[in-house]
Design a protein around this ligand. Structure first.
Ligand SMILES: NC(=O)c1ccc[n+]([C@@H]2O[C@H](COP(=O)([O-])OP(=O)(O)OC[C@H]3O[C@@H](n4cnc5c(N)ncnc54)[C@H](O)[C@@H]3O)[C@@H](O)[C@H]2O)c1
Length: 135
């Protein structure tokens, strides 16, 4: 298959490389300079997703610094992750994808986020799956 990754960091790159080693043609895009012997790194989201049957999104969803595990948080109000990067990427990918292509979000999001905030941004493809399918 032709597979694309947007976000080639600690999660995205190893997944992309394993799929490439398994024989799939894998393209990748990242705002940082990344290198791979297995994944073809592309200059834009548009060129990365072109011809891909599946597009994985593995960009950061940062948490507030008070929730980084250094100190207990039980006394703090619950605070959601920041989804701005995911939203920007979904909007850009949506603009250059077709209904036959599957978009798969593997960034971490809290339950309910996809239905509430992310799925409405994806109008061109029929699928926005997450690693937790009930999100
Ligand atoms: N690392 C893990 O083991 C792991 C496991 C499960 C879930 N996750 C989730 O996956 C997501 C990514 O985590 P990570 O550990 O790979 O983070 P990371 O910071 O290592 O990688 C994210 C990559 O996305 C790139 N990026 C940032 N903005 C971008 C943009 N606009 N377009 C394209 N690329 C962009 C960054 O340059 C970076 O290379 C997070 O939501 C995280 O919670 C990570």
């Amino acid at each position: 298959m032709n597979i694309a990754f947007i976000g080639c960091g600690k999660l995205g790159m190893p997944c992309a490389e394993e799929l490439a080693k398994a024989g799939h043609k894998v393209t990748g895009y990242d705002v940082a300079k990344v290198k791979s012997n297995f994944v073809e790194i592309m200059p834009t989201i548009e060129t990365t997703v072109k011809d891909a049957q599946i597009v994985f999104v593995a960009v950061p969803t940062p948490h507030d610094s008070a929730y980084d595990g250094r100190a207990p948080t039980a006394h703090l109000d619950p605070k959601d992750f920041n989804y701005n990067i995911v939203k920007d990427v979904l909007i850009e990918a949506n603009a250059c994808m077709y209904p036959s292509q599957m978009l798969v979000l593997i960034s971490t999001v809290l339950p309910g986020t996809v239905r509430r905030e992310l799925e409405p941004l994806v109008t061109c493809t029929s699928s926005l799956l997450t690693k937790s399918l009930i999100n």
